[in-house]
Design a protein around this ligand. Structure first.
Ligand code: CAA
Length: 262
C-alpha cells in the first residue's frame, strides 16, 4: 500500500516505518497519524514480522514536532482532540504487540520526541537533537511529553526541558537516560537493524510479556508489578517457546522460537 506521509518497508522480519514529509522536517499532521496507524495495522496482520523500527526519511529529522502550520488556527476543542489523537497513537505504540525501536536520525522535537519516547527504546545518531520546544510557541507538549519524559528522565530534568524549550544533543540525551545508545550517523541504521535482528530472534510471546510487565509495572506499586510478572511468567510457560528455549539450552543448540501471539 502506498502512503502519503510515510514509507513502509519490510526488511526480513523487521517492519520499518519512515516518516516522510521532508519539506516540513517530517512534522506530524493528521495524515501522518492516520498513515502510521494503517502501517501498524498492516504489521499486525503480517505474522512474518517480529520487530518494528520507526525512523525519519532523509538526514535531517526524525520528526521536528507536530505540524505548526496545521495547529496555528486550531480551535481549543479541536486542539484537545488533536492531543488525544497523539496520545492514542503513543499508547498504540507503547502497547503494540511487537517491540518498537526508535531510530532517531536528526531532530526529535516536540511530538517527535514524544513519538520516540512511546517506543520501547531509542537509538540515536551523533547529530540527533532532542527537545520539547512547545513552550517557545506558547503551548505545552501535547502528545505525552510532560508524562513520558518525566518518567524516563525524572521530574526536574523534564521540567527544565519543557520550561526552557531548549534542545539537547544525543550524548546529553544518553546521559540523562532518554537514549540508550548513540552512533555515528553512518552507522546508526546498521546498528539499529543489528539490534532489531537480535530481538527478532527471540520469542514473540516472551517479548510481549517483558514489554507489558515493564510498561505496566512501571506505573504500578512493586507488589502489584511482581504479581503481574508471576502471571506473565506462567503465561510464557504455556507457550511452545518456553519448551523450545529451555530444551535448546539443555541440548546445547540454538533455539528456534516459533510461537504466535494468538
Ligand atoms: N511544523 C511545521 N513545519 C515545520 C516544523 C514543524 N514542527 N518544523 C520545521 N518545519 C518546516 C519549516 O517551517 C521549514 O519550512 P519552509 O522551508 O517552508 O520554511 C522547513 O520545515 C525546514 O525548517 P527550517 O528552515 O526551520 O530548518 P532549520 O534547519 O533552520 O531549523 C528546526 C530546524 C530547529 C527543527 C526548526 O525547523 C524548528 O524549530 N522547528 C519547529 C520545532 C518545534 O517547535 N517543534 C514542536 C512543535 S509543537 C508540538 O510538537 C506539539 C505537540 O507536542 C503535539
Amino acid at each position: 500500500m502506498a502512503y502519503e506521509t510515510i514509507i513502509f518497508q519490510k526488511q526480513g522480519n523487521v517492519g520499518i516505518i519512515k516518516f516522510n514529509r521532508p519539506k516540513a522536517l517530517n512534522a506530524i499532521n493528521p495524515q501522518l497519524v492516520s498513515d502510521v496507524n494503517q502501517a501498524l495495522d498492516e504489521i499486525e496482520k503480517d505474522r512474518s514480522l517480529r520487530v518494528v523500527v520507526l525512523t525519519g526519511e532523509g538526514e535531517k529529522a526524525f520528526i521536528a514536532g507536530a505540524d505548526i502550520a496545521y495547529m496555528v488556527d486550531l480551535p481549543p476543542l479541536a486542539a484537545r482532540s488533536w492531543s488525544a489523537e497523539g496520545h492514542k497513537l503513543g499508547f498504540r505504540i507503547e502497547d503494540f504487540s511487537l517491540p518498537v525501536i526508535a531510530c532517531v536520525n536528526g531532530f526529535a522535537l516536540g511530538g517527535g520526541a514524544e513519538m520516540a519516547m512511546a517506543c520501547d527504546f531509542i537509538y540515536a545518531s551523533e547529530n540527533a537533537k532532542f527537545g520539547q520546544p512547545e513552550i517557545n510557541l506558547g503551548i505545552i507538549p501535547g502528545f505525552g511529553g510532560t508524562q513520558r519524559l518525566s518518567r524516563l528522565v525524572g521530574k526536574a530534568m523534564a521540567k527544565e526541558l519543557c520550561m526552557t524549550g531548549g534542545m539537547i544533543s544525543a550524548q546529553e540525551a544518553k546521559a540523562i537516560g532518554l537514549v540508550n545508545k548513540v552512533f555515528p550517523a553512518d552507522k546508526l541504521w546498521e546498528e539499529t537493524m543489528k539490534t532489531a535482528g537480535l530481538i527478532a530472534s527471540k520469542g514473540k510471546v516472551s517479548l510481549r510479556s517483558a514489554k507489558q510487565c515493564i510498561d505496566r509495572g512501571y506505573d504500578a506499586d512493586l507488589r502489584l508489578g511482581c504479581q503481574m510478572e508471576s502471571d506473565h511468567f506462567g503465561l510464557c510457560m504455556s507457550s511452545a517457546d518456553a519448551k523450545e528455549g529451555m530444551g535448546a539450552f539443555l541440548e546445547k543448540r540454538k533455539p528456534a522460537f516459533k510461537a504466535e501471539l494468538d
